[in-house]
Ligand binder design. Sequence first.
Ligand code: SF4
Ligand code: FE
Length: 480
Amino acid sequence: MLTGEEYRESLRKLKREVYAFGEKIEDVVEHPLTRPHANAAAMTYELAHDPRYQELATATSHLSGRRINRFTHIHQSPDDLVRKVKLLRALGQQTGACFQRCVGFDALNALYIVTYLIDQEHGTEYHSRLQNFVAYVQETDVMCDGAMTDSKGNRALRPSGQEDPDLYVRVVERRRDGIVVRGAKHHQTGAVNSHELVVLPTTAMREEDSDYAVSFAVPADTPGLTFIFGRQTNDERKLGGEIDQGNPCFGSVGGEALIVFDNVFVPWERVFMCGESEFALPVVEAFSSYHRQNYGACKGGLADVLIGAAALIARCNGVADAAHIRDKLVEMVHLTETLFNCSLACSSEGQMTPSGVCYVNPLLANTVKMNTTRFTYEIARLAHDIAGGLLGTLPSEKDLRHPVVGPYVQKYFRGAADFSTEARIRVARLIEGMSSCSALVECMHGAGSPQAQRIAMYRQANLAEKIDLAKRLAGIADGS
Ligand code: SF4
Ligand code: FE
């Protein structure tokens, strides 16, 4: 298993095309725009070497029998799923940010289920290819990005019906030794600091979309790949100073990028689906359920930090003992534990699949994510309420340090005597960053927009059974 430092070192060796603010980033480990995200992902490596987290952060490979980083594991039981969410909560608490590595983890587990089914149906060899790839990931401990969301163009049109055929990633050439793909994937969390990209289809497909029903893995430095790093709320603060960033070590979001695939070659041994359009939806559902499982845990860990920050700023402001502050903190705790409860529930209700992977309860997993789209906003609202107006009006770190105005900032932003002005400003900036637009939008749209959860829940809710329950109690005979 790699250490955090070995992970950072290994990223430096990958030569790839990463752009941000119109310039090329040569070293994602050191560049101020991307460094926090590499640091957050590095925590997934560091915890695996921390004796306090062994049971959560490592697992035993079902392929090799060796101890591996849990982020490369294929879930063997509901207990594995429970350990996963406990690990994510711990990582959220340690970083206060998205640590990104869950996406590739979920992509591998989803593909493990579905490649098995495709092979059963079509006599293909996708599952053994995937097993070989998983063995390689476990052995080398590389970080995989799970690349799902396509450009989608006109949402009313199918992949094959778009005016521009590249708006969903597609196969443009089939060769004897592999395939050539073109298109782009959006909002790719952790993409610029992953070693491998695991690509999945983004939506249900029909036969006419078969060129788009494609799944594969490529190293992040494969020719034809370009990464365009996305902007984040207040990202220019990363380019100078520390305090104004709030969480300078780990940032506050995942570090998302657009990945462009411009005629990228993929050898057959790394292709896990190619044309089996009826299996696109099962992949989407499996991946989404695994990723939605996570949100009550990683965001629960972040909420723990935000609750702590809100309690701290209440002390800085001298209002910690006010009854309404205690009430609001309790409300934040209630919402946070409700989020986590749901992550635990969908995990412990997991079921074994024919491929040998344990799969979360999908209805409960969708419920987790649906709650996250609401509760995290409410938790942030309560943090804003407790913190007060300085969240929106604080002067900069440069003013705090300035020889002329610095003393005024020091004097007039002072709160309770036990805390320095700088401490009060630091905690306010942490709250600001953790509840920024970028951070909250991640809770809303990460792992799929709320409407995607509603569609899945409607499909999984078994309304017919509920209608029967009502009919029976109401004394309504069948057929009436
Ligand atoms: Fe992991 Fe949460 Fe980030 Fe998704 S949002 S990659 S589940 S930390
Ligand atoms: Fe996410």
